[in-house]
Design a protein around this ligand. Structure first.
Ligand code: SF4
Ligand code: SF4
Ligand code: SF4
Ligand code: FES
Length: 951
């Protein structure tokens, strides 16, 4: 076994109990919490009992009979995995009789198992092989000629793993992993006795079953039966490093298992606090983009976007970018340039970009893609609770009695957290879903929402206020909590406001489309069902009243006393891996790191002293303002790191016009993305596997990203920003990202205790981490709100300007799906395309029939911003009048249709509400044809690049 890669398997899950029991195992005294299995207690005593069907991520099953032990005073040989430890027990794990019994069990297994250990892909990492060794099996008395499964067919349908039934020992671990860990229930054991075999769905191939390719069964399988294809291709790994998934805001910990500089497998890290050994198809399998041949690894420049690219040295590219930025500032003024940094970048990279903009560009024109997703969360939670972040750990959901999911689709967007949530729901917690669509969690195996408030898109505020109305007028408020912890004046005003009849479920039902009785019942459940936790996503924030809804959510939680302990809280499910972090470290134009306004002289003075420059006291331009200023001729240069604004921002044609108007766009990215087609300088980016740093997930958890291979283009992203800063004349000389984190910690009170040493010691840490909380803060607002007293805010519903009309009678709402990720730059370059290779328009059967649209037809979608063409899926997940699409493929042009409406407080675009018309068509839209032409031209200009060796 590759010991250096192997983590201790305790055999059965940890039990929590205030009572402890002390027993003796093989003469060693051991004390464990009541309920702990003998197997786990033995591991605590340093003794590994042989096992096959048990593993510590799953409840014991007791089928293999390998873990038998002897207990003084008890007859027979109980299985140690299913027998709880009791006080005073005397247990023996080894004896000649046990050895004989175990050998017999192994003999049966091996007699129906291919004897190809030496050439098997799991050789050296197979529990069956280990157990044959441990039990001392030397020969098999039954021979290999009897009935067996050695010729069973392999299922190769999944692109990432193989099911080789001939190697299956029917231990049931995969079935239990799919049920207990993932919650999908895709696997069963079909047949009985000798005939029993693992089967996805109704004896289907994996790809045709309900399987979502999370990999939990592969992880649980003790043999080579379920095996990663990368391992079959590349062999067993030689070394590993712990790192963090670069996809969504769950922030799963992974062990990158390597051979030299090549990743052979990403294994979910058991000690990763965000995921506890679980994963989804993206983090587990979709990492191939990092070494995809589309990577551009040579810097390039060009004068005009109609010129061919010229491959140049790093020095030349950086020098050119710096001189262009200086030229533009000399001509158009200091504020004529700015930077955008993706929330996919590390904290350290984000910090350096905002420092570059503020200190080297000399303005505050820095923004991040959190602008277009969770900026209302930052604003709304700061106003009400005093901290721009979620209040809980993910683990906290295990103590929730009522879970309210609003505008989030966790099974697709945040799958590992969804699995955790589903586990709690299967244990009996109640579910309320507020969403225009019938998303999967509304009804899935063993889960059914008590209430699905299927509101009309754009009416979140009316719904949240109506929930508050019920709670306030039916006497369901936590009066003592409110009196002790909240601001009395704002509370009285809020109570008076929400209690008005106009805010009642009955008065708002016509607007929201939610039956008043359901809304009342949901409000009662939320207020009285025990610990109630709210989880929300972009369906809350990406609206013209996104910030208002966030504040409405905080109002509800405060009014019912559901903030400040485990099992409750207000939990934004962040879209990208580092949305939380990019906001924390000052990527917004109005805030320095730690959410401190640039107008605060004391804070600015501190940064001015540390950075040796004077800083502007006025907020800089937000992303949409940058576009407007570009069209006006006052914003002419942009440094864009890791973000594809052309594809991800709303109103694509407006964005493209803005970029065309600029004089110098510098794109730093892995791929020549849509934005790079408008760029004048291309600086190769580095993947998360090629750099050190940290990501902060939706729980405020700061985790390490570790370099497992050298940057494909020589420099990590933070080094490129340094080069640019130095070329601009503002020196940056960090040797390692840990020095950048040290600077963040020194300048940011909530981060003052954060260092790479602390993260390495604790595994990860949730901010605030400082002298008062050296090990971090899992739950916020425990005794009092961060802002002092919780502030209630009036949430007056204002209908979106985006109204259905005769011309545009449907509402389009957008979202994402499990296998693809945002603009798809990463996942489109993996086999995840096998699940979803194009964006489609979901439409209700009634709307489809009205328009003569059938499943699979091409349909034109037109809004006042633009039009595009997609294929239709006719689906009852939609409500009549509402259509839905994803935005993972550039040629779909989903954002050609979305408008420039945005949140009143933060300018977060209103992606979720666009009035459209949908009609059958037979050819791509004009925009799509133009997209195709431009794409072809840009590909040719890239193909013509004159190559020089990057120095
Ligand atoms: S596939 Fe693996 S985990 Fe599942 S029953 Fe067979 S051996 Fe056990
Ligand atoms: S990959 Fe995940 S969803 Fe698919 S069968 Fe395995 S555990 Fe179930
Ligand atoms: S849930 Fe999110 S963080 Fe976890 S593996 Fe999937 S994409 Fe990565
Ligand atoms: S490990 Fe206990 S019965 Fe299989």
């Amino acid at each position: 076994m590759l010991e250096h890669l192997k983590e201790i398997d305790h055999g059965t899950p940890k039990r929590e109990s205030e009572q402890e029991v002390t027993l003796e195992i093989d003469g060693t005294q051991v004390t464990v919490p009541k309920g702990t299995s003998l197997m786990r207690a033995a591991v605590d005593a340093g003794i590994q009992v042989p096992k096959l069907c048990a593993t510590d991520s799953l409840e014991p099953f007791g089928s293999c009979r390998l873990c038998l032990v002897e207990i003084d005073g008890r007859k027979g040989y109980p299985a140690s995995c299913t027998t709880p430890a009791e006080a005073g027990m005397k247990v023996r794990t080894q004896s000649p009789r046990l050895q004989e019994l175990r050998k017999g069990v192994m003999e049966l297994y091996i007699s129906d198992h291919p004897l190809d250990c030496l050439t098997c892909s799991a050789n050296g990492n197979c529990e069956l092989q280990d157990m044959a060794g441990v039990t001392g099996l030397r020969n098999v008395r039954y021979g290999f000629d009897g009935a067996n499964h050695l010729d069973s067919e392999k299922d190769e349908s999944n692109p990432y793993f193989t099911y080789d039934s001939s190697k299956c020992i029917v231990c049931n671990r995969c079935v239990r992993a799919c049920e207990e860990t993932q919650g999908t229930f895709a696997l069963t054991i079909s047949g009985r006795g000798f005939e029993s075999r693992v089967s996805p769905g109704m004896d289907e191939p994996f790809m045709e079953s309900e399987c979502v390719s999370c990999g939990a069964c592969v992880e649980a399988c003790p043999t080579a039966t379920l095996q990663e294809k990368s391992i079959i291709r590349l062999g067993q790994p030689e070394h590993s490093k712990i790192t963090t998934c670069a996809y969504c805001g769950v922030g799963c910990g992974f062990k990158a298992e390597m051979k030299g500089n090549e990743v052979v497998r990403m294994v979910p890290w058991k000690d990763g606090a965000a995921n506890e050994g679980h994963s989804c198809v993206k983090g587990r399998f979709a990492w191939g983009y990092a070494t995809h041949t589309d990577r551009v690894t040579t810097p390039m420049i060009r004068k005009k976007i109609t010129d061919p690219w010229q491959a140049v040295s790093w020095e030349e590219a950086i020098g050119h970018a710096a001189s262009e930025f200086k030229r533009i500032q000399a001509k158009h003024g200091r504020d004529s340039i700015g930077g955008i940094v993706s929330s996919r970048c590390t904290n350290e990279e984000g910090y350096l970009v905002q420092k570059l903009v503020r200190a080297a560009f000399g303005n505050n024109n820095v923004d991040t893609c959190a602008r277009v997703c969770h900026s209302p969360t930052g604003y709304g939670l700061k106003q009400t609770l005093g901290e721009s972040a979620g209040t809980q750990t993910f683990k906290s959901v295990e103590k929730a009695d009522v879970i309210l999911v609003m505008g989030a689709n966790p099974t697709d967007g945040h799958p590992v957290f969804a699995s955790r949530m589903k586990k709690r729901l299967r244990e009996g917690a109640k579910l309320i879903v507020i969403d225009p669509r019938k998303i999967d969690i509304v009804k899935s195996p063993h889960i059914k929402a008590e209430y699905h408030l299927q509101l009309r898109p754009g009416t979140n505020v009316a719904v949240i206020t109506a929930l508050a109305h019920v709670i306030a007028t039916e006497g369901l408020m936590a009066n003592k909590y409110i009196a002790e912890r909240c601001d009395g004046k704002s509370f009285s005003e809020w109570r008076e406001f929400v209690s008005r009849h106009e805010n009642s479920p009955e008065a708002t039902a016509a607007t929201t489309g939610v039956p008043a009785a359901d809304l009342r019942a949901a409000a009662r459940l939320y207020a009285t069902g025990g610990n109630a936790a709210i989880y929300y996503g972009l369906g809350v924030t990406e609206h013209s009243q996104g910030s208002t809804t966030v504040m409405g959510i905080a109002n509800l939680a405060m009014a019912t006393g559901n903030v400040g302990r485990e099992g409750v809280g207000v939990n934004p499910l962040r879209g990208q891996n580092n949305v939380q972090g990019s906001c924390d470290i000052g990527s917004f134009p109005h805030e320095l790191p730690g959410y401190r306004h640039v107008s605060d002289t004391t804070v600015r003075t501190e940064f001015e002293a540390a950075w040796g420059v004077s800083l502007q006291s006025e907020p800089g331009l937000r992303i949409p303002n940058m576009f407007d200023a570009a069209i006006d001729g006052s914003f002419m240069g942009l440094y864009c790191e890791g973000e594809d604004i052309v594809q991800s921002d709303p109103d694509t044609q407006h964005v493209a016009h803005a970029l065309e108007a600029m004089e110098c766009i510098v794109v730093q990215d892995l791929f020549l993305n849509e934005t790079a087609k408008y760029a004048h300088v291309f600086l190769p980016g580095s993947s998360f596997l090629e750099k050190d740093g940290t990501f902060t997930n939706a729980e405020r958890r700061i985790s390490r990203v570790r370099k497992v291979m050298p940057p494909a283009a020589k420099y990590a992203d933070w080094e490129v920003t340094m080069l640019l800063s130095n070329a601009l004349g503002y020196p940056m000389n960090y040797k390692h990202p840990k020095e950048i984190m040290a600077e963040i910690a020194a300048l940011t009170p909530t981060f003052s205790g954060v260092s790479y040493e602390v993260i390495d010691k604790l595994g990860s840490v949730q901010w605030p981490c400082n002298a008062a909380a050296p090990n971090g803060t899992p739950t916020l607002h425990i005794d009092h709100f961060v802002r002092g007293s919780g502030k209630f805010v009036i949430t007056q519903y204002v209908a979106s300007d985006e109204k259905v009309t005769r011309k545009f009678p449907l509402i389009l709402t957008t979202g994402r799906i499990l296998s693809q990720y945002n603009v798809g730059a990463q996942t489109r370059r993996t086999d995840n395309n096998q699940w979803h290779s194009e964006d489609r328009l979901e439409i209700h059967p009634v709307d489809a029939e009205d328009r003569g649209i059938k499943d699979g037809d091409w349909v034109g979608i037109q809004s006042r911003a633009g039009d595009t063409v997609l294929r239709a899926i006719v689906s009852e997940r939609m409500q009549p009048g509402v259509v839905y699409t994803t935005f993972h493929f550039p040629e779909s042009g989903a954002n050609v249709i979305t408008t420039d409406n945005s949140d009143w407080a933060t300018n977060c675009p209103e992606y979720k509400v666009t009035a459209v018309q949908v009609m059958p068509v037979s050819q791509p839209s004009e925009w799509q044809r133009e997209f195709g032409r431009f794409d072809k031209v840009q590909a040719e200009l890239f193909g013509q690049r004159h190559k020089v060796e990057a120095k």
